[in-house]
Design a protein around this ligand. Structure first.
Ligand code: PEP
Ligand code: MG
Length: 747
């Protein structure tokens, strides 16, 4: 870049800064800034458009266009040239604006006199804030240097906006982070919570975007980058040589940190007058804007790397760390772009709720949130840019809705809803020690699902008869290497101790598909849910499964032990898995160790094929548990993690209910105990229908036991069965409508 333009740019930025200091009102600042820019760029027009809401831009200040148009001219994202710049988050440079595709003539501005147009986005970390435009009469294209210089100015304006420099009258100049915002996302763990925002990664505020001494800033940047590179080298040194996957990730990360292009762009930004931190943030903003549009997953991952590197650099340069000195509020609702399972576990049950900008239903964070029974909303777009630490926030995870800084009426309606739920919980507490006996006399055993030692204390308070499903993945997911046998044995023993007389059914490691261990080589499979997962991995590479079985046997020592194998699709898989367990028992016996005093070996029925297995399977299995989450996804061929299809088919669809009934029938022939442990077991109406179909044991989240028991105790299952039967005969697709009508009619 030419020396002259660098000096010119620095001069402009320092004049912008002076405006900030002199002018007190937001409007006056914007007016003077447009004037300065037009003057410095030698254009007749300079205008600033700011976003009024998610998708309307408003002309907020102009030098050169008609003043009457200010706060009057508006356009939607994508509309006209200005709208296009905002939508695409990319500069637009043309010598003949009226001939440009999408040009929209705004008569009130008098802009027909101007031919050339250069617009650049005003954006901050992937958030659109507005558009900065220069126009002139002569038909010329702006040079690359001019575009670059205008982007630098736009960056400074973005920082000033974030710092509240342009607050004035009207929606477009409202103070940021003060109004109520409602965001919609998806539900990954049900529940409702109210509290205050705790940002997992507090945002770094660049308070000094402009610097007068480029040499000093360059030195600061280079020193920070050197330290960053040294950190990454250390990470690589620490990664074990056999962890090739992990090393590859760090290598890619290091390559980025070494990128000459990245460094060069930041150095140019500094030469134009930005401070080191503003230069880092400018490139980070551009990368974030690209992240939204890049379809290629690999490239997106690399842009994520760059984002992460930029955050580290920013923290180093500004001295603002993760530890801001703020205290975790009493009622924290964690807000983050995404979070790893170990980090979430560190917060543990202190959190009232979690709201993520990204995430997926099957992510590790979701598994942990489910285990901790913390309401979790995912895909809440913009939450990390909108929320500030300490903001009041309401989370309605059932609906996937988040209210940030709610107005009083919203907050009080929400409080009423929570109070109703709390009252219901009290009602449930009063029946805690009573059986789930329907009015017809049938008793259904209600069990709880668990996955952490921390779940066990809720066993007595939930009123569960035992643990119907102990998911053992979490101990594997939250570490960076396979846990040791001794460690696992100690943990399983503590789980059994805590359960006392009550039975715990341990499910062996269920990994693959959505649950990928950080230290396991990721399999590139076209359909992971139908791929190499659960017992398939266990049988092909039995090392880890055998170690886990040994740990379970040692933990039981003299006590009863129940083990179930996940994802059994045919008899032979069950016999092989069972043989492994029996062999381990023999080995332990040969070593003279105490054996379990009773052993039950069961299978999870998660694929339709198993329902049609030979009779021998039902005879051999000591018990069977329907994994409804997986069974339903395979029955309807609808991916449980795909938002577009996962709720498409009703669990109370007659086909599915009839299938469940058939499984009940097969188990009855051989007297094999059967239970159901998918999420649906915890939904009261579903639970009642399952019971009507003959299921006598249901395992669910502890918090669901009260509502399920309460409904079960009020219905006659024979009558529910008749309602289902009638609906089936009438050719209904789902029995939900008829059953709900009947429940309402019967109080
Ligand atoms: C299921 O599939 O229903 C189940 C209980 O297992 P998971 O949700 O862990 O796959
Ligand atoms: Mg499953």
């Amino acid at each position: 870049m030419a020396q002259g333009s660098e000096t010119e740019s620095r001069k402009l930025l320092s004049r912008l800064q002076a405006v900030m200091a002199d002018a007190a009102a937001g409007q006056e600042r914007l007016d003077r800034i447009t004037h300065l820019i037009a003057d410095s760029m030698g254009t007749e027009v300079c205008s600033i458009y700011l976003l009024r809401d998610g998708d309307t831009l408003e002309l907020c200040a102009t030098q050169g266009l008609a003043q009457e148009a200010v706060h009057v001219t508006r356009m939607r994202l994508g509309e006209g040239l200005v709208g296009r710049v905002a939508k695409r988050a990319q500069p637009l440079n043309t010598a003949n604006a009226p001939a440009e595709r999408g040009f929209r003539y705004m008569p009130e501005t008098g802009e027909e006199r101007f031919s050339s147009f250069l617009g650049v986005p005003i954006q901050r970390l992937g958030e659109r804030l507005g558009v900065l435009v220069v126009q002139s009469k002569d038909a010329r294209e702006f040079s690359d240097d001019e575009i670059y210089a205008l982007e630098v100015v736009a960056m400074v304006i973005a920082e000033m906006t974030e710092l509240g420099a342009f607050v004035g009258e009207g929606q477009a100049m409202r103070a940021r982070h003060q109004q109520q915002v409602m965001l919609r996302g998806g539900c990954a763990q049900e529940g409702a919570a109210m509290g205050h925002v705790w940002l997992h990664e507090p945002r770094v505020l660049v308070t000094k975007p402009v610097a007068d001494d480029p040499e000093a800033e360059l030195t600061r940047l280079r020193e920070a980058v050197d330290l960053l590179r040294a950190d990454i080298d250390q990470m690589l040194d620490r990664a074990p040589t056999w962890e090739t996957e992990q090393r590859e990730v760090i290598e890619a990360y290091r390559m980025f940190a070494q990128s000459r292009g990245w460094m060069r762009r930041m150095e140019e930004d500094i030469a134009l007058g930005l401070s080191a931190e503003a230069a880092v943030e400018k490139e980070q903003s551009i990368a974030r804007a690209r992240m939204e549009t890049v379809p290629d997953a690999y490239l997106r991952d690399r842009l994520h790397d760059l984002d992460d590197l930029s955050n580290r650099l920013l923290r180093r340069l500004t001295g603002q760390g993760r530890d801001t000195g703020a205290d975790l509020p009493d009622d924290p609702i964690l807000v983050a772009r995404n979070i790893g399972p170990a980090e979430l576990l560190d917060y543990g049950r202190r959190l009232r709720g979690v709201v993520l900008e990204e995430g997926s239903v099957g992510s590790h964070a979701a598994i942990v949130a489910r285990a901790l029974a913390i309401p979790l909303v995912i895909n809440a777009t913009r939450i990390t840019t909108e929320a500030l630490n300490g903001d009041p926030i309401l989370v309605d995870a059932d609906q996937g809705i988040v209210h940030l800084r709610p107005e009083d009426t919203v907050a009080s309606a929400f409080r009423d809803k929570m109070a109703m739920q709390a009252a219901a919980q009290e009602r449930y507490a009063s029946i805690r020690d009573k059986p789930a006996r329907a009015t017809c006399g049938t008793i259904v055993s209600l069990q709880m699902n668990a996955g952490l030692m921390a779940d066990l204390p809720s066993l007595p308070s939930s009123g569960a008869d035992g643990v119907g499903l102990f998911r053992t993945e979490l101990q594997f997911l939250t570490r960076n290497k396979v846990p040791r046998r001794g460690e696992l044995a100690a943990l399983y023993a503590r789980v059994m101790d805590a359960a006392g007389e009550k039975k715990v059914v341990f499910r062996t490691l269920d990994i693959g598909s959505d649950k990928v261990l950080p230290y396991m080589k990721r399999q590139d499979e076209p359909n992971p849910a139908l791929g190499w997962r659960a017992i398939r991995v266990g049988l092909d590479k039995p090392g880890v499964m055998r170690m886990q079985l040994q740990a379970l046997i040692r933990a039981a020592a003299g006590r009863p032990l129940s083990v179930m194998f996940p994802f059994i699709a045919q008899l032979e898989e069950f016999t092989r898995a069972r043989d492994h367990l029996l062999r381990e028992i023999d080995r332990e016996a040969a070593l003279g160790r105490a054996l379990p005093d009773r052993l039950e070996i069961g299978a999870m029925l998660e694929t339709p094929s198993l329902a049609f297995a030979p009779r021998r399977f039902f005879e051999l299995a000591d018990f069977i548990s329907i994994g409804g989450n997986d069974l339903k996804q395979f029955f309807f061929a609808a991916d449980r993690e795909n938002e577009r299809v996962r709720r498409r088919y009703d669990t109370l669809n007659v086909s599915f209910l009839s299938f469940i009934e058939q499984i009940v029938g097969r188990c009855a022939e051989t007297g094999t105990p059967l239970s159901f442990c998918g999420e649906d077991a915890g939904r009261p109406v579903e639970a009642v229908c399952f019971a009507a179909m003959g299921l006598r044991s249901l395992s669910m989240r502890p918090a669901s036991i009260g509502p399920v028991k309460s409904l079960l105790r009020r219905v006659n299952l024979d009558e529910v069965k008749t309602v289902i039967q009638t609906a089936r005969n009438d050719g209904e697709q789902s029995v939900r409508g008829p059953v709900m009508d009947w429940l309402r009619a019967n109080g």
